[in-house]
Design a protein around this ligand. Structure first.
Ligand SMILES: Nc1ncnc2c1ncn2[C@@H]1O[C@H](COP(=O)(O)OP(=O)(O)OP(=O)(O)O)[C@@H](O)[C@H]1O
Ligand SMILES: [Mg+2]
Length: 227
């Protein structure tokens, strides 16, 4: 079976002034559907850059990058935006919730881009917020929620469109131990029970242990055997 994500000889550099700053060089990695991959590495090693490439937020300079058979690197910005909306859920270190919207409205936001009617949207949002254990916090603003609860709202927002792929950039980086454990448990559940493919960047070795597979980035190169 072909992998959900296929990466071969992927390179990326940024231009600053007249200089080229190489960030990723010749990354080769396959990620199977249903995998839960942890990506570790020192600060500046290119973890977020790689995650953003896989999620179609940024474009590589060279190499193969296919997600579900689609050549992500070759797609137009407009096509990518549509693809992302239906196929990728994002979770960030600092939640990135809209401060003026309630938990409910934050989770509803990605559904506004779909053809779902109001009633169907409301049902989906309520169900998803229940899944993350926040049925009783739907009307709270982000500022009225703890960090762990805000991250669970962000997870609900990431999964409400039922994407196959979830990318998480240090999702427990800003959380206390218990909230981090809750978030990891939730990610594990999404992987095992709903078959979501998860790619998680983390600095926390304990968090990485929760994943099925661990790869290390070091100065833009993958270490170890990228099966
Ligand atoms: N837009 C940009 N322009 C120029 N250089 C960039 C840009 N974005 C990232 N870089 C450089 O690319 C390198 C990798 O950055 P990246 O954010 O991927 O690292 P990271 O592994 O996620 O680090 P951290 O653990 O600190 O989040 C860094 O040296 C950074 O300075
Ligand atoms: Mg980063």
């Amino acid at each position: 079976m072909s992998p959900l994500v296929r990466i071969e000889g992927l390179s990326k550099s940024y231009r600053r002034g007249g200089q080229r700053v190489p960030v990723l060089s010749g990354i080769t990695l396959d990620i199977a559907a249903g995998d839960f991959l942890a990506l570790m590495g020192p600060s500046g090693s290119g973890k977020s850059t790689l995650l953003n490439l896989i999620a179609g937020i940024d474009k590589p300079d060279r190499g193969v990058l296919r997600v579900d058979g689609l050549d992500i690197a070759a797609m137009s910005e407009a096509a990518l935006a549509g693809w992302r909306a239906g196929n990728v859920g994002f979770i960030f270190q600092f939640y990135n919730l809209m401060p003026v919207l309630s938990a409910f409205e934050n989770v509803e936001l990605p559904l506004m881009l779909t053809s779902l009617g109001r009633r169907e949207r409301r049902e989906r949002v309520a169900l998803t917020l229940s899944m993350v254990g926040l049925a009783d916090r739907m009307d709270h603003l982000p500022s009225e929620l703890s960090g762990g609860q805000q991250q669970r709202v962000a997870i609900a927002r990431a999964i409400v469109t039922d994407p196959r792929l979830i990318v998480a950039d240090e999702p427990t980086g800003d959380l206390d131990k218990q909230s981090a454990a809750d978030v990891l448990e939730l990610l594990n559940q999404l992987n095992r029970e709903l078959g979501k493919t998860i790619i998680m960047v983390t600095h926390d070795a304990h968090a990485a242990q929760q994943a099925r597979r661990l790869v290390h980035l070091e100065k833009g190169e993958l270490l170890g055997a990228p099966a």
